[in-house]
Ligand binder design. Sequence first.
Ligand SMILES: Nc1ncnc2c1ncn2[C@@H]1O[C@H](COP(=O)(O)OP(=O)(O)O)[C@@H](O)[C@H]1O
Ligand SMILES: [Mg+2]
Length: 270
Amino acid sequence: MSKPVLQIANLNKTYMLGKRPVQALTNLNLQVNQGEFIAIMGPSGSGKTTLLNVIGCIDKPTDGQVLLDGIDVGKMPENQLYKIRRDKMGFIFQTFNLLPYLNARENVELPMEGKIKSKTERKKRASELLALVGLSGREGHRPQRLSAGEQQRVAIARALANNPAIILADEPTGNLDSQNKQEIIKLLANLNLTQGTTIIMVTHDSQAANHTERMLLLKDGKIIKEKEGLHLAKKNSKCPNCGSNIKPDDVTCPICKKPILATVEEPFSS
Ligand SMILES: Nc1ncnc2c1ncn2[C@@H]1O[C@H](COP(=O)(O)OP(=O)(O)O)[C@@H](O)[C@H]1O
Ligand SMILES: [Mg+2]
């Protein structure tokens, strides 16, 4: 059994809008184990970004407990939180958020500064990570010379820079065309499978969500539904239709011949 990397108990988050309290998260409980690939879905305003921000130590809980790798981050002072963010978290955004004046490799190296002393070492690691996301040979390109899909690959390599406990992705495919969307989801699923990277991804795209192993539906600041995704079947090497053994790359089941495809379910996505 893998160990919990995130334990959230009775989490509440209230924002003040002038004098009016806005309850963004209500008594939320969630445990995420090391190596899980999770999708968080839900309508606009349901608390998805708030939840990611609290997990990512960008925002503090009003009430309740958030344990990251066993560390209680809810009550930690800001001058220690930055280290948690740097060492334990990798962030991926809808708009990539690369620095335009740095090339791909320099963007990936950036979070390593302060963590890895040797410049040569940082360079080497950044190159390896860019190779891992399929961008060998693009290292010297600045973001404006890369396609949207390539820019998101750089951002994924950057998120992996300090070997984080969790990758947090807020709508990582939101700005991509359908071809790149598929490729980025495949890349994330593959990193989860081969590197054991724990990923929590907010998405509006039910097809993308279906490629994870566990989908959570948020509404009014609470998790109201949970469902298994296709990735779980791939991880367990079992066909979701007939239970026969499958390989991660199989597109159809070698036994029942049915396609191993994501099913799109609307109530979950709306
Ligand atoms: N900084 C803030 N100040 C006041 N209210 C906020 C703030 N951030 C989010 N909210 C409110 O909290 C609720 C959840 O927002 P959010 O987490 O952004 O939802 P989602 O990402 O699911 O669209 C919404 O009602 C939103 O208006
Ligand atoms: Mg949001």
